[in-house]
Design a protein around this ligand. Structure first.
Ligand SMILES: Nc1ncnc2c1ncn2[C@@H]1O[C@H](COP(=O)(O)OP(=O)(O)O)[C@@H](O)[C@H]1O
Ligand SMILES: O=C(OP(=O)(O)O)[C@H](O)COP(=O)(O)O
Length: 409
C-alpha cells in the first residue's frame, strides 16, 4: 500500500483544494520564465483538479525573499500557468487574509486562483501554526504536488498536512515512483555530479552522499568552497568560506568510504558576471585575485567526461558553471551532452534534477536522452540519502490518521 493518499482517494468536486506546487523556476533579468518544466509538471495536477470540478487554490514560493520584493512576486506566473493549462488562472495579491479569502470565495467549480508567494510571510518558513491556520482557512483539502520542496518543513509544504485531509499530487507520486525505479538499487559504479550555487543548503548533504556513491564530481560554486578549504585562492568566486571545515570533513569521509572526489583542476575566470565578457582559463595556481571562476576549465571538463565514462549510474544536481551566461555554459553543456550520448548508447542510467539543472540540460538538448529528469534538486539529494522528507512524512501521517478515523467509524 502507498504510504500516502493520492488524488484517486480524494473527492474534490465542489470543494476548495489547496494545492502546493513549486513555481520556483529560472527567469531572465526581465523576469521572463526561461524553463517551464516545473510549471508544466505541476499543471498536470492542477488541470486534473479543475477538470474534476474542484475550486483550485494554488500555493507556491518563489526565490528566497527577505521581505516583499516585487521581483519575487508570482503575479507574472499566473498567465504562464494559464497558457499551459488552456484555461484562465486568477491571481490574488496575498497568500492569506482578506484578499486571499475574497479570491477563493469568488471561485466556481473548476476555477483556479494562484495566491502570492507564500515566502512573503515569515510564518511560511517558520511553519508557524497561526500562518498554517490562515492558509487552512482557504481550503477543505490539501494536495502536495511539490516534490522539489518536500525537504522543507514549511507551512505550505508540511504544516497544512497536519490540519487538512492531505493527498499527494500526480507529480509527487510520479517523481517518487520514477526515482525508486531508477535508483533504489542502482548499478555500480555510481557517480554523482554536484554543482550549483546553493552551497550552504547542499554542502552538508555530501557528507552522507560520499558514503553511497563511488565517485563525486564537484563543480560550480560548490567546488570553489572545496578549493578554498584546500588553500587554493579563488579570488572573488562564489564560495562559502565558513563552510571550509565541512568541505574538509566531506573529503575525509570520502576517503574512508573509498569514494573518489573529482574537483576542478582549472577554471574559467571572468571579472564581470555577464554573458560574453572577457574570460580566460587558468590553472589552480594562477587564479587572479580580482576574478571569479564562472566555469570549470578545459582540463576539468576532460576529467568529468572520464568520470561519466566510468559510471554505470549517474546522479546529477547543480550546473558546473554559470550556465545561463555564455561561454560559462561550456562545462555543463559538454558534460550533459556526454552523459546523454552514453545514455543513448545504453551504457549509462542517468538521473538528474533541480530547477536550474533542468534548464541547463534543456540548453544542452540533453533532457530527452536522460533516463529520468526530476524537478527536484535539494530534495532529490536528500531523497538519495534515504532521509525522510518532511513534506512526504506529513502526507504519510495524514494517511494514517485517515485510516485510523475510518477504522473507528
Ligand atoms: N562558478 C559559479 N559561480 C557562480 N554561480 C554559479 C557557478 N556555478 C553555478 N552557478 C549557478 O548555480 C545556479 C544553480 O544552482 P542550484 O540552484 O543549486 O541548482 P538547481 O536549481 O539545479 O538545484 C545557477 O544559477 C548558476 O549560475
Ligand atoms: O528550487 C528549488 O530547489 P533546487 O534549487 O534544489 O532545485 C526548490 O524550489 C526549493 O527552493 P529552496 O532551496 O529555496 O527551498
Amino acid at each position: 500500500m502507498t504510504a500516502f493518499r493520492t488524488l484517486d482517494d480524494a473527492d474534490v468536486k465542489g470543494r476548495r483544494v489547496l494545492v502546493r506546487v513549486d513555481l520556483n523556476v529560472p527567469t531572465d533579468d526581465d523576469g521572463r520564465v526561461t524553463d517551464t518544466t516545473r510549471i508544466a509538471r505541476a499543471m498536470t495536477t492542477v488541470g486534473e483538479l479543475a477538470d474534476r470540478g474542484a475550486r483550485v487554490v494554488v500555493l507556491s514560493h518563489f526565490g528566497r525573499p527577505k521581505g516583499r520584493d516585487p521581483k519575487e512576486s508570482l503575479r507574472a506566473l499566473a498567465p504562464v500557468c494559464a497558457e499551459i493549462l488552456g484555461r484562465p488562472v486568477a491571481f490574488a495579491d496575498e497568500a492569506v487574509g482578506e484578499a486571499a479569502e475574497q479570491a477563493v470565495a469568488a471561485l466556481g467549480d473548476g476555477d483556479i486562483v494562484l495566491l502570492e508567494n507564500t515566502r512573503f510571510h515569515d510564518g511560511e518558513e517558520k511553519n508557524d501554526p497561526a500562518f498554517v491556520a490562515a492558509l487552512a482557512k482557504l481550503g477543505d483539502l490539501y494536495v502536495n504536488d511539490a516534490f522539489s520542496t518536500a525537504h522543507r518543513a514549511h507551512a505550505s509544504t508540511e504544516g497544512l498536512a497536519h490540519v487538512l485531509p492531505a493527498f499527494a499530487g500526480r507529480t509527487m507520486q510520479a517523481e517518487l515512483e520514477a526515482l525508486a525505479k531508477g535508483l533504489e538499487t542502482p548499478q555500480r559504479p555510481v557517480v554523482a555530479i554536484v554543482g550549483g550555487a546553493k552551497v550552504s543548503t547542499k554542502l552538508a548533504l555530501l557528507e552522507n552522499l560520499v558514503t553511497r556513491v563511488d565517485a563525486l564530481v564537484v563543480g560550480g560554486g560548490m567546488a570553489n568552497t572545496f578549493l578554498l578549504a584546500q588553500g587554493v585562492p579563488v579570488g572573488k568566486s562564489l564560495a562559502e568560506r565558513d563552510l571550509a571545515p565541512t568541505a574538509l570533513r566531506i573529503l575525509d569521509a570520502a576517503e574512508k568510504h573509498s569514494c573518489s572526489v573529482i574537483l576542478p583542476v582549472d577554471g574559467v575566470v571572468a571579472w564581470e558576471f555577464k554573458a560574453g565578457t572577457e574570460s580566460h582559463a587558468y590553472g589552480l595556481d594562477a587564479i587572479p585575485d580580482d576574478g571569479m571562476i564562472l566555469d570549470i576549465g578545459p582540463q576539468s571538463i576532460e576529467r568529468v567526461r572520464a568520470a561519466i565514462d566510468d559510471a554505470v549510474t549517474l546522479v546529477w544536481n547543480g550546473p558546473l558553471g554559470a550556465f545561463e551566461l555564455e561561454p560559462f555554459d561550456r562545462g555543463t553543456v559538454e558534460a550533459a551532452r556526454h552523459a546523454a550520448e552514453r545514455t543513448r548508447q545504453r551504457k549509462l542510467v542517468s538521473v538528474a534534477g533541480g530547477g536550474d539543472t533542468i534548464a541547463a540540460l534543456n540548453k544542452a538538448n540533453a533532457v530527452e536522452d536522460f533516463t529520468y529528469v526530476s524537478t527536484a534538486g535539494g530534495a532529490f539529494l536528500e531523497w538519495l540519502e534515504g532521509k525522510p522528507l518532511p513534506g512526504i512524512a506529513a502526507l504519510s501521517l495524514a494517511a494514517e490518521r485517515a485510516r485510523a478515523a475510518a477504522g473507528q467509524a
